[in-house]
Design a protein around this ligand. Structure first.
Ligand code: DGJ
Length: 706
């Protein structure tokens, strides 16, 4: 039988898929001529070597052992020990532009596997998800269910991210010639440790160069990602929600779907990959209730922690408004009995001891100052020391009979219990209906151990129930924006971003640490969703101190805020906050719409990143000296991405005070001039000489089309 070859084109990539005998991507890479006759894919029909099976075994979107594929299968399951080795045959295809629905089935095993795939023609982001349906009366037990995507043999370098609390998004690179790379997340949330993504490309890919494929798994629960080199040299990646034993059982006609994989091909390094993902997020993931500039925040957490005194909070708000803050958020500590982190989670009623006149005076004060009002919640959690726990000890996400460890003195609630879901919905709905709240900081501060519902494993259902709670709140309060926080960056992914509007990137406000954390996050997420706050000079998570200039410039490139008590800060610091908030407001139309550019610099002690306007009329670049320069000179900076044949005016927006008469005998000439005119071509090819800088200092440059 002859099977169709379907060709899909993006702006920069082409994907060719052969529908049968089982769906297989036979090409995915650089865009080929749209007129190319690709129905005939005979030139890439593989040889069959000696010493193996007698026929060619395709590397399909769901590899099957029964077809002769010996690597990790796409589906593992059984029906009471039977139907354990399905082989799916192509049944039919529906195509609508660049979107495909491919239906395959195994009539012996009584299973249907549907593949939904779309290559977004505007951004080149590929989305793919599988759905399995049980067609027989007896239940089918699904142990593993993954999406598989092929990679070319030359993609032998892999970039993934490790991390932990206060240290998210740390890149690590692996050269993969044989065997596998695998990451497993069993922590019950997206996790700080295993951000669900990796990038694979040919040796030496970097920010500005090289061919690569980027993958992100849009899922906020447990996952398994792997990348394999088969012994025949073929490569593939695989992504799946990681199921605990017995978690997924399908009754007749019941289905399970994998989460979506988002993937893109880049011919020009990591920057081009990020442009695709950022554009995709802006166009298809993010749904701001109102299209407005991202308001500058003040979040009270590091300013007052649990010490809530309404009169004092109003003073903080007054001062925040003077600094230019546009959204004032009261963090943890506002609800009944929440004097520390050992009690009260679950009791979502205002603490009337702290707020004897209610919350209204604070909300009204904040609103009268022209700011939005936001509030912190952690709906999924419960402290054993809470009225809720005393009334409903059986509402825990747990396996009865076992004693599970607490995390931050708390347990998780079982959101698949309808009574729990209804209680949380009612409490959140009441909070948002009662007060003029336009922002929720939605936190989630513990990892999940033994997630049991009705005694059975249930982390997948819990993750879906959390999504339902977000969705229900958004339906009832469509104008409220939500921040996804999980002890900082423990729940950052595309699926939760469909329901939220900002991430709390990290509990670490140390500007030096933030430089790397924010760079790591920038591979997949645009600046407008990356919460970046100026903390106080003495950083709470590292006990290091930084100048206001370094803190302000580091926070500038995200969705900016301040995280401190503005009443207690001295005049110099206050002036600094006001200055950097004003600068952020001036630059944010560019920062929140342009192309993020990360520069490959020869000295890792220096980090350079910027944003170029979509129409290339302006750009800003931040040159940050992280640690002592490795060499006595810092070399030059070449900036790609501006129009080669146009001239740009370079101005220095910010530079360290010690430049004048300090660290250098003589500064590069352009740094001493009010402005310098340079062509886009000069900037891209020849560049400018970099200054020698002190560690933990930064320079901000602006380029404007002349
Ligand atoms: C963890 C968050 O990441 C912090 O920003 C803060 O909201 C605390 N939780 C409050 O308990």
């Amino acid at each position: 039988m002859n099977y169709d070859a379907i060709t899909l084109h993006g702006q920069n990539s082409t994907l060719i898929l052969k529908t049968g005998p089982a769906p297989e991507i036979v090409y995915w890479g650089e865009r080929v001529n749209a007129q190319l006759h690709v129905n005939d894919i005979s030139p890439i029909t593989r040889a069959v070597p000696h010493g193996r099976l007698d026929l060619d075994v395709p590397l399909t979107l769901s590899p099957e052992h029964g077809r002769g594929m010996f690597s990790s299968p796409g589906l593992e399951g059984h029906r009471n020990g039977y139907d354990w080795s399905p082989v799916f045959a192509f049944h039919s295809l529906e195509q609508n532009g660049n979107s495909l629905k491919i239906i395959t089935e195994d009539t012996i095993a009584g299973l249907k596997l549907v593949i939904d795939l779309i290559l977004d023609p505007a951004t080149d982001v590929l989305q793919i998800r599988h759905t399995l349906t049980n067609m027989k009366p007896d239940p089918y037990q699904v142990d593993r269910f993954a999406v598989t995507l092929p990679l070319p043999e030359r993609a032998d370098e892999l970039l993934a991210f490790h991390g932990r609390w206060v240290r998210e998004f740390q890149p690590h690179q692996i050269n993969l010639k044989h065997g596998s790379y695998q990451q497993e997340n069993r922590r019950g949330r997206t996790s700080h440790e295993h951000f669900p993504a990796f990038i694979q490309g040919s040796t030496g890919f970097n920010e500005q160069q090289g061919e690569l494929w980027g993958f992100h798994f849009g899922w906020s629960g447990n996952h398994r990602l792997r990348s394999d080199v088969k012994t025949d040299g073929r490569r593939f990646m695989q992504a799946e929600a990681l199921y605990f034993a017995g978690e997924i059982q399908l009754a007749e006609n019941e289905s399970v779907s994998t989460p979506l994989i988002y993937a893109t091909y880049s011919q020009h390094g990591l920057n081009a990959m990020s442009h695709a993902f950022h554009q995709f997020v802006r166009q298809q993931i993010l749904h701001f209730p109102v299209n407005k500039p991202r308001p500058v925040h003040l979040n009270t957490w590091e300013g007052i922690y649990f010490q809530h005194d309404p009169a004092y909070i109003m003073q903080m708000a007054t001062q925040a408004a003077r600094l230019g803050v546009e959204r004032f958020i009261i963090d943890d500590g506002w609800f009944k009995g929440r004097d520390h982190d050992r009690a009260a989670l679950g009791d979502w009623y205002l603490d009337e001891k702290k707020y004897p006149d209610g919350l209204e005076p604070v909300v009204n004060h904040v609103r009268a100052l022209g700011m939005e009002f936001g509030i912190w919640v952690e709906p999924e959690m419960i402290n054993p020391d809470s009225d809720l726990f005393r009334a409903h000890p059986d509402w825990l996400l747990a396996v009865p009979g076992y004693h599970q460890p607490t995390g931050r003195n708390q347990y998780a609630l079982d959101l698949q219990n309808p009574a729990v879901f209804a209680y949380l919905l009612e409490r959140l709905d009441d909070l948002l209906s009662r007060y003029d709240i336009s922002y929720l900081k939605w936190d989630m501060n513990r990892e999940i151990v033994q997630p049991g519902h009705d005694s059975k494993a249930a982390i997948t259902g819990q993750t879906q129930a959390v999504y339902r709670l977000f969705d229900e709140i958004r339906t009832r309060h469509p104008l409220v924006e939500i921040e996804s926080c999980a002890s900082g960056g423990g729940r950052i992914d595309f699926e939760v971003l469909k329901r939220t509007h900002r991430f709390w990137t990290s509990d670490n406000n140390d500007a030096l640490e933030r430089q790397q954390i924010q760079r790591g996050m920038s591979y997949f997420f645009p600046p407008e969703v990356m919460g970046s706050h100026i903390g106080s000079a003495h950083c709470h998570s590292t006990a290091r101190s930084h100048s206001i200039a370094f803190r302000g410039l580091t926070a500038l490139f995200g969705h900016m805020g301040v995280e401190l008590d503005p009443v207690k800060e001295n005049a110099e610091e206050q002036a600094g906050f006001a200055h950097f908030i004003a600068l952020h407001k001036q630059l944010r139309p560019l920062l929140h719409s342009g192309k993020v550019v990360r520069i490959d610099h020869h000295d890792p002690a220096m980090m350079i990143n910027g944003v170029i306007a979509a129409d290339q009329t302006e750009a800003v670049f931040l040159i940050s000296q992280l640690t002592m320069p490795t060499y006595s000179l810092s070399g030059s900076l070449r900036l790609p991405g501006l129009q080669a044949d146009k001239n740009y005016c370079l101005t220095v927006l910010e530079k360290p005070a010690r430049f004048d008469g300090g660290v250098m005998k003589t500064q590069p000439q352009w740094l001493t001039q009010d402005e310098t005119i340079l062509s886009g071509e000069w900037l891209a090819k020849i560049g400018i000489a970099l200054p020698v800088m002190d560690p933990e200092s930064a320079v901000l440059l602006q380029f404007k089309l002349v």
